[in-house]
Design a protein around this ligand. Structure first.
Ligand SMILES: NC(=O)c1ccc[n+]([C@@H]2O[C@H](COP(=O)([O-])OP(=O)(O)OC[C@H]3O[C@@H](n4cnc5c(N)ncnc54)[C@H](OP(=O)(O)O)[C@@H]3O)[C@@H](O)[C@H]2O)c1
Length: 482
């Protein structure tokens, strides 16, 4: 892939010593500059540790980048020395001092004043940091200024609205990039090309041809050190309100007037507005108990460190919703996510109507026609699969389902990590795949009432596809390994 140059800038990571910066942001920035995308930039890590200096931060970053085994120690040292700087805030951040440090770095490296503020912070810290940046004059710089906000964006509708107001006090919507790292995945972006660049599928994209749509985000992992947050959030807040809902809007939206952020966001918002209120009886919650994954015995959620032994937090959600418009009326959208499911997999399954009759020996089950199914695989093996019917060779006459398949890795080699795509989009000022204020609020509006309802939480053994009660939703769920 040819490098796409971005304007010289200062990339400021607030929360530079945290998990997200360590696991995603610094490796992504390293990869992007190794590919030549970020030549004229500098990175300023900002975190609470005020004992650390530039060299200490570089040594810390060196260690973590070296552990990935992707580059030589000398290359990493050179990169850290060239790009990385650090500012420690202590427990009482002084944003005027941060502003002075930013200006000094820009003078020293002849940067034109373009700035990204990436807030890799605990959500509780975000309002104060945004206000601190704003009051120190950092929301407007000599060049462009962009603010990147991570999930969760709010805790419910009221808190999301409040947070939007607080952020808008200092930053315009055109400066704000609310990330949903699912939208950074090539396969999700390609969904738009797939739908609107190929007449073949778009003609078959409606209730006339489609029986149901399933969206699954399955994790085999547990809460992994995020128990304090997860105990309060649960799967509905953590996954459904953001990632699954975003995927659903991309599947359901109408053709936008152009491949531009405003046009796409407007179409996604229309979908959110057209979803009928979700009834609690169309929602099944679950919590994993002990079980086996990949032959290994694993503990139940309530036995995990940091989790209450009486916890009622849902680690699984399946729900059914309807988009009541001309295209989709009557087509169930089934959304499902959970922890400790049998394998990691994110997929969208479009299930077409079956042929109305079987002309092939209609009374023999081996000649029953199965529906065509389109599977869009977002992870772990990104690609598409179209399941269709063929005749098995020989006699007796028998139908069998075969996949027509496309895999990104086979066609293009290694894909960009979602965070690399997200960072590049921010640097190019492309908001297409970021979530705007109105979308966030509409998405919370959908689930707000459910958050207050006392919906039963059913147990499911780790390593299974959720509680048996999901059968009542009437979904077919494609669970095979595609
Ligand atoms: N980790 C992931 O894989 C992941 C994935 C998707 C989204 N996210 C989101 O990304 C955000 C960060 O998550 P995380 O897991 O990286 O959290 P984290 O590990 O707790 O790191 C946050 C860092 O921010 C620092 N910090 C707190 N207040 C600060 C301030 N005012 N100025 C500068 N630094 C400050 C913290 O320092 P102290 O420890 O001293 O307070 C800590 O080093 C969260 O919103 C999370 O939901 C994370």
């Amino acid at each position: 892939m040819s490098p796409t140059k971005v304007a010289p800038h200062l990339f400021v990571i607030l929360g530079a010593l945290g998990d997200l910066a360590r696991r995603k942001l610094l490796p992504a920035l390293y990869h992007l500059s190794a590919r030549g995308d970020l030549s004229a930039c500098r990175i300023l890590g900002v975190d609470t540790d005020d004992k650390l200096d530039d060299n200490g931060f570089r040594a810390w970053a060196h260690k973590l980048l070296e552990s990935t085994g992707e580059a030589t120690s000398a290359d990493i040292s050179q990169w850290c020395a060239k790009y990385l700087h650090y500012f420690g805030t202590g427990r009482s951040p002084n944003y005027l001092k941060l502003a002075a440090r930013i200006e000094a770095l820009e003078r020293e490296h002849r940067l034109p004043g373009n700035r990204v503020f990436y807030l890799a912070l605990p959500s509780g810290a975000v309002p104060a940091v945004v206000a601190g940046l704003g009051k120190a004059g950092l929301s407007r710089g000599p060049g462009w200024t962009r603010l990147v906000l991570e999930k969760p964006f709010g805790w419910d509708l009221a808190s999301a609205q409040k947070l939007n107001l607080e952020v808008h006090r200092y930053f315009d919507e055109s400066q704000i990039y609310r990330t949903d790292h699912f939208l950074g995945k090539e396969t999700v972006q390609n969904l738009l090309v797939f739908r609107f660049g190929n007449t073949f599928f778009e003609h078959l994209w409606s209730r006339e041809h489609i029986e149901s749509i399933e969206i699954t985000v399955a994790e085999s992992l547990r809460v992994e050190g995020r128990a304090a947050y997860y105990e309060r959030a649960g799967a509905l807040r953590d996954m459904v309100q953001n990632h699954l809902t975003q995927l659903m809007t991309l599947v359901a939206m109408e053709v936008p007037a152009a491949f531009k952020s405003e046009a796409i966001r407007n179409e996604k918002i229309k979908v959110l507005e057209q979803i009928t209120p979700i009834h609690p009886q169309d929602v099944v919650l679950g919590q994993y108990t002990s079980g086996r994954i990949g032959g290994e015995k694993v503990a139940g959620y309530r036995e995990e460190p940091g989790v209450s032994p009486n916890s009622r937090t849902a680690t699984f959600v399946a729900l059914k919703l309807e988009v009541a418009n001309w295209r989709w009326k009557g087509v169930p959208f089934h959304l499902r996510t959970g922890k400790r499911l049998p394998r990691r997999c994110t997929q969208i399954v479009i299930r077409y109507h079956c042929a109305p009759v079987s002309i092939f020996h209609p009374f023999e089950s081996s000649c029953n026609i199965q529906p065509n199914v389109l599977v869009i695989i977002l992870q772990p093996d990104e690609g598409f699969e179209l399941l269709f019917q063929v005749k098995a060779p020989g006699q007796p006459f028998r139908l069998t389902t075969q996949p027509l398949h496309f895999r990104y890795a086979e066609a293009f080699g290694k894909l960009l990590d979602a965070y690399e795509t997200i960072i590049l989009d921010v640097l190019h000022g492309d908001q297409t795949l970021f979530v705007c204020d109105r979308e966030v609020e509409h998405a919370w509006r959908l689930y707000d009432e459910l958050l207050d309802k006392d919906i039963p939480v059913y147990p499911y053994p780790a390593g299974t596809w959720g509680p048996a009660e999901i059968d009542k939703l009437g979904a077919s769920w494609l669970n095979r390994s595609v």
